[in-house]
Ligand binder design. Structure first.
Ligand SMILES: [Zn+2]
Length: 182
């Protein structure tokens, strides 16, 4: 299997026997690293087990930071081709990129720019096994990532006091965020 830049990983089932990755660059000029979701979750669990609650905050913050960076990157790219995006389009594009990178499929269910209420449904969530549990490490990272996307796109602090996804069946969960008090 060859993964080309910008191609969706989730549609191609990865098998250990035939995994070939080109060293071409992804959309933003970075090399792609492929990692099993389990390995990623293990790293996140390590943080949570070693540092407890601060570890969980770290996971959320790392996601938040990455999400915000992604939006900044998209904004810069669009500026170069003189196609500035509206806030909602920025959100949609950032979520689409996450999907393309294999983090799951993200459906924007609600985006209220006035109240800051946001709801995103994640389908094919690679971390769905842990969604039902309290310390959903991988999904907590996604939670932070989405809050970073929203905060940067909507230019308002969008987050969640106690981040926890709503677990649904079939590898799906829902993430709800809102405007955070200053
Ligand atoms: Zn989840």
């Amino acid at each position: 299997m060859i993964v080309k830049p910008g191609e969706s990983l989730e549609r191609k089932k990865m098998t250990n026997s035939r995994l070939e990755v080109t060293n071409e660059k992804a959309q933003n000029g970075q090399s792609l690293i492929l990692m099993k979701s389990e390995s990623f979750n293990n790293i996140m669990s390590y943080l949570s087990e070693s540092f407890g609650k601060p570890g969980l905050s770290m996971i959320y913050s790392m996601g938040h930071d990455s999400g915000a960076k992604e939006v900044k990157q998209i904004r810069e790219e669009m500026k170069k081709i003189e196609k500035p995006l509206q806030k909602k389009d920025l959100v949609e594009k950032a979520l689409q990129r996450m999907s393309q990178m294999g983090w799951g499929r993200f459906d924007l269910q609600e985006l209220d720019q006035i109240t800051g209420n946001v709801e995103v449904k994640i389908k094919n969530n690679p971390f769905s096994d842990s969604c039902a549990m309290n310390d959903t490490c991988g999904c907590l990272f996604l939670h932070g990532y989405i809050s970073g996307i929203m905060t940067e796109s909507l230019e308002a602090e969008i987050g969640c006091a106690s981040p926890r996804c709503i677990d649904l069946d079939d590898s799906q969960c829902i993430i709800r965020l809102m405007r955070e008090p200053k």
